[in-house]
Structures are given as C-alpha cells and as structure tokens.
Design a protein around this ligand. Structure first.
Ligand SMILES: Nc1ncnc2c1ncn2[C@@H]1O[C@H](COP(=O)(O)OP(=O)(O)OP(=O)(O)O)[C@@H](O)[C@H]1O
Length: 257
C-alpha cells in the first residue's frame, strides 16, 4: 500500500479580522489558521479579545473589517444560524439548562429543533426509534447515560457542563468552539472534561478558550495568544509558553491583579 501525505484542509481561517467598539479596537487584524482535525486554544490575559473573537467567528458580532472562512467558505457577516449550517457550533461559559428537565429531554428538544418534522415526527414509530438511538448515543458520548432520566437540577456542575456539550454535538458540528469548558470546575471535573473534550475532538476540529494552562497544555495542538486584541504568539504549547513576550504578558497580568 502506498501512503500519501496531504496537507490537512483549513477548518477555520481569519484574515485581518478586526472589531471596533466605538473607537476601541477589541480585535485587531487577527490572522488565524486552524487545520482540520486539530485542537486549537485561544489564550490571553483578561480583556485580550477572546470572547469578542468567538462572537465574531459565530456571527454574534459583525466584524468591522477582515474575513472569516470556514472549510473554505466565506462566512463573514453571516447570522449565527447560517454559520451553524456551515458546521460550526459553540458552547457558552454560562450554563443555560432547565433544572426540571432531564438530560434526555434536553437532548430530545435540541434534536427536534434541528428538524422541521414537528408533529409528523411523533406519528412515525421508525423516526421515533431512530431519534431515541440518537439521544442515547449523544448522552453516552458525554458520559451521562446513567443520569439520563434524572432532573438536571440534581446534577453536579461538571455533569451540567457535559450535558451542554451533548447539546452542542446534537447539531453534528465539524468545527466546535468551546468557551472556557473548564471554567469554575474543581480539579476532578477539569480532568474529566479534558478527557471528554479529547474524546469529542476525534474526527472534529475544536477551538477553545481557557484560562487554565494545564488544560491548554493537555488538549491543544496549537495555541494562539492574544494581547490587546492582536496575536502576540502562535505555535505548539511548549514553544508558546517559553516565549518571552508571552511570559511578560502574563506576568503583567499577575502584577496588575
Ligand atoms: N460590546 C462592547 N462594547 C465595548 N467594549 C467591549 C464590548 N465587548 C468587549 N469590549 C471590550 O473589548 C475588550 C476585549 O473583551 P473580551 O471580552 O473579548 O476579552 P476576553 O479576552 O474574552 O476577556 P476575559 O478573559 O476577561 O473573558 C475589553 O477591553 C472589553 O472591555
């Protein structure tokens, strides 16, 4: 058998991406390249522009200038639902679950929202069976099979965050954007989440923001460091964390804290 090496496709590319808020430049001419199938971390001191960049990538904000391409398609200026159709899904920092509903019900609602089957769906036993399998598969993927039928309000924080990942996976994303997947977690949940993200990253491309450098080191193939809206450094974790400019940026933050 002959093996061929081909350059991986670019899942995400930004060119000169810029966002101004009434004269304040929150994201400044960012060129980002994320190869398909990789895990890419966005880090930087508070206020560096990470959330604004996520909002631009997912259509929650319109760029002031620059372009965004997803798997080669130009999605600049598209609304969030249109960007979703290009295979992009996003998780949020804040949990937004219904305490009285079970994980199964959450996933069912997420899946139903994706189709226009409405009531017709309930009349078809075959579709219903297929839907049940899909719900079970998503809950198993995030390790919530055992808790599928208990009220979400009774679950631990880390389990709620895992359920949110299942809801993100329901849209069958090719590019996942995770906003601080380990925020507010204790060490055990952080380690479980690292494993979970690693699992769900298989066959997908993941871009995530996290302040926890242990998480970044464990998960990221490449890291982009932002400072004052601009890219300060980019590369593999070990290179980036040894970069004198990055150390200075973080020391500066520690000083002002
Ligand atoms: N809607 C807005 N209007 C004006 N300024 C904004 C707006 N949103 C963000 N900013 C400013 O843009 C800068 C970048 O903010 P952003 O939230 O993107 O940073 P961040 O890197 O995500 O920070 P953190 O790590 O604290 O979440 C900050 O100075 C912030 O005050």
């Amino acid at each position: 058998m002959t093996s061929t090496t081909s350059t991986p496709r670019c899942a995400l590319r930004t060119e000169g991406l810029t966002k101004d808020f009434r004269g304040f430049r929150a994201v400044s001419s960012v060129d980002l390249e994320v190869a398909e199938g990789t895990v890419h971390a966005l880090v930087g001191p508070n206020g560096a522009g990470k959330t604004t960049l996520f909002n631009l990538l997912t259509g929650f904000l319109r760029p002031s200038s620059g372009r965004i391409r997803v798997f080669g398609d130009d999605v600049t200026g598209m609304a969030p639902e249109r960007i979703t159709r290009h295979g992009v899904a996003r998780s949020f920092q804040i949990t937004s679950l219904f305490e009285n509903l079970t994980p199964r019900e959450h996933v069912e609602i997420a899946l139903q929202g994706l189709t226009n089957q409405g009531l017709r769906f309930w009349r078809s036993e075959k579709l219903l069976g297929r839907r049940r399998e899909e719900v079970d598969r998503l809950l198993a993927e995030v390790g919530l099979t055992e808790l599928a039928d208990r009220p979400t309000g009774l679950m631990a924080y880390g389990q709620k965050r895992a359920l949110e990942l299942a809801l993100v996976l329901a849209v069958e994303p090719k590019l996942l954007l995770l906003d601080e997947p380990t925020a507010g977690m204790g060490i055990e949940d952080v380690d479980r989440t690292i494993e979970l993200v690693r699992r769900i990253a298989a066959g997908r491309t993941v871009v995530f923001v996290d302040h926890n450098m242990h998480v970044v080191g464990q998960l990221a193939d490449r890291v982009t460091v932002l400072q004052q809206g601009a890219v300060l450094a980019e590369g593999p974790y070990d290179e980036v964390r040894a970069d004198a400019r990055v150390i200075t940026a973080y020391l500066g933050e520690a000083h002002s804290a």
